[in-house]
Design a protein around this ligand. Structure first.
Ligand SMILES: [Zn+2]
Length: 373
C-alpha cells in the first residue's frame, strides 16, 4: 500500500521532475544563447572597431535656449550630446590632435572631433560653458567679416578667452562667399585673385589678432574644386574641412576631412546617425570628388569595395534627394544617369551612397561633391 502509494506518487512526480529538468534545460539554453549571441555581437563589434577606426567630425552652427532649427540647436540638446560622449567614453580630440594622430597612425579609442562654424555669439554664451564643463576641445571656423559685426557675432575678446581653454580657431574665409561663384564683371583672373584673398588674408587676420598659427580651413557651404583646394594648401593650411557627410578613417587625407552637420531640428536622431556610421569604401567614384562638370547628364556613381554591406539596403542620394540607381552585382558598380528630359541643374551636389553593414549594426556611407557648371 505504502509502496503502491509511493509508486503512484512517484510516477507523476517523476514526470514533473522530468518536465522541470527539461524546462530548466530550455531556460539555460535560452540564457546561454542570448549570452553567446551578445558576446559574439560584442566581439564582432569590437573586432569591427579594432580594424576600423572611425573619426566623425561634428559640425554645429548656432545655439539657442528656444526650440532648435536646422542651423541652431537647443542648448539642452547640445549638452545631452556632450553628456553622451562622456558617458560612452568617446575621446573628444582637437583637430590638431587628429592631424598628429593621422600622421602617426595612432588615435585614442572612439575618437571624435567637435567643430562650430561662423562665429555666433551663443558659441561663447551657451556652448562654451558646456564644452568647458566636459573639458572637451573644439575648433571654431570663423569668417572674419562677421567678427564684431553685430550683436549676434563673437568679439575678438571672447574668441581670445576661449582659445585659452581648449578652443582652436580655423578660417572660414573673409566673407563666407561661395568660392565657386563669380561676381558680376569678374573674369577668371580677377575671380581667382578675390578667392586667394578670401583664403590667405583671412588666415593672416586671424593670426595677427590671435597670435597663434591658424592651421585649418573650412569651405563655406562645403563647396570647392581642385583649384580651390590647391590654393588653400599653397596658403599654408595644414588641414581642410569639407561638408561631405561621412566619417573619416586613419587613412584620411588631412586636406579632405569630412564633416557632418548636426541638425537642430531633430538633434538626437542626427547625432546618433553620425555616431552609428562607418565609411563605405569604393575603389572608384565618378566623376571624381570636387569635379567641375559641364555635362548635365553625367553618369554618377562608384565601384563599391568588398561585400560587407547588405545590397538590399543600398540607397543613393543626390543633393539630399533619393535617386533611382542601377546596381551591377558583378562589378559592384552603383550608378545614376540623369534622364535626358531631366538634366541636372547647374549647382553643387553632395552625392551620398549608403547601405547597412552585414555584420555590425552600422550604416556605411560614402559622400563626395560634384558641381555642374
Ligand atoms: Zn559657414
Amino acid at each position: 500500500m505504502f509502496l503502491n502509494q509511493e509508486n503512484l506518487h512517484l510516477l507523476p512526480i517523476k514526470k514533473d521532475k522530468l518536465s522541470f529538468i527539461f524546462e530548466l534545460f530550455i531556460v539555460v539554453l535560452i540564457i546561454t544563447s542570448v549570452f553567446f549571441y551578445h558576446n559574439i555581437f560584442l566581439i564582432t563589434d569590437d573586432a569591427v572597431y579594432a580594424e576600423e577606426i572611425t573619426i566623425p567630425i561634428l559640425t554645429y552652427h548656432n545655439f539657442t535656449i528656444d526650440e532648435g532649427s536646422s542651423y541652431q540647436i537647443n542648448i539642452v540638446e547640445f549638452e545631452k550630446q556632450m553628456d553622451y560622449l562622456a558617458a560612452y567614453n568617446y575621446s573628444v580630440i582637437s583637430l590638431s590632435e587628429l592631424l598628429k594622430g593621422l600622421r602617426d597612425g595612432q588615435l585614442p579609442p572612439k575618437p571624435i572631433v567637435i567643430t562650430i562654424d561662423d562665429g555666433y555669439k551663443p558659441t561663447f554664451t551657451l556652448a562654451y560653458p558646456v564644452l568647458k564643463k566636459y573639458n572637451f576641445p573644439a575648433t571654431l571656423f570663423l569668417y572674419t567679416d562677421f567678427i564684431e559685426k553685430n550683436s549676434n557675432s563673437l568679439s575678438w575678446e571672447k574668441i581670445r578667452e576661449m582659445t585659452k581653454n581648449n578652443i582652436e580657431i580655423g578660417s572660414h574665409t573673409l566673407s563666407h562667399c561661395n568660392l565657386l561663384k563669380y561676381q558680376e564683371n569678374e573674369n577668371y583672373e580677377t575671380y581667382l585673385n578675390r578667392i586667394r584673398r578670401e583664403i590667405i588674408l583671412s588666415k593672416e587676420i586671424l593670426e595677427s589678432k590671435m597670435g597663434g598659427k591658424v592651421k585649418f580651413f573650412a569651405y563655406p557651404y562645403g563647396v570647392y574644386s581642385p583649384i580651390i583646394k590647391d590654393i588653400v594648401i599653397q596658403a599654408g593650411y595644414e588641414g581642410i574641412l569639407n561638408a561631405n557627410s561621412m566619417s573619416n578613417n586613419l587613412n584620411a587625407d588631412p586636406f579632405s576631412l569630412n564633416r557632418q552637420i548636426i541638425s537642430g531640428q531633430n538633434p538626437l536622431n542626427s547625432f546618433m546617425k553620425i555616431l552609428n556610421q562607418r565609411p563605405f569604401y569604393a575603389t572608384q567614384i565618378f566623376p571624381y570628388d570636387g569635379v567641375i562638370e559641364s555635362n548635365q547628364l553625367v553618369k554618377i556613381g562608384a565601384i563599391l569595395e568588398g561585400d560587407n554591406y547588405d545590397v538590399k539596403t543600398l540607397s543613393m542620394k543626390l543633393g539630399g534627394a533619393e535617386v533611382k540607381f542601377d546596381f551591377n552585382r558583378e562589378n559592384r558598380e552603383i550608378s545614376f544617369t540623369p534622364d535626358s528630359l531631366k538634366p541636372l541643374i547647374k549647382k553643387s551636389y553632395i552625392v551620398n551612397i549608403t547601405a547597412l553593414d552585414k555584420i555590425s549594426p552600422y550604416v556605411r556611407k560614402i559622400s563626395w561633391l560634384i558641381t555642374i557648371k
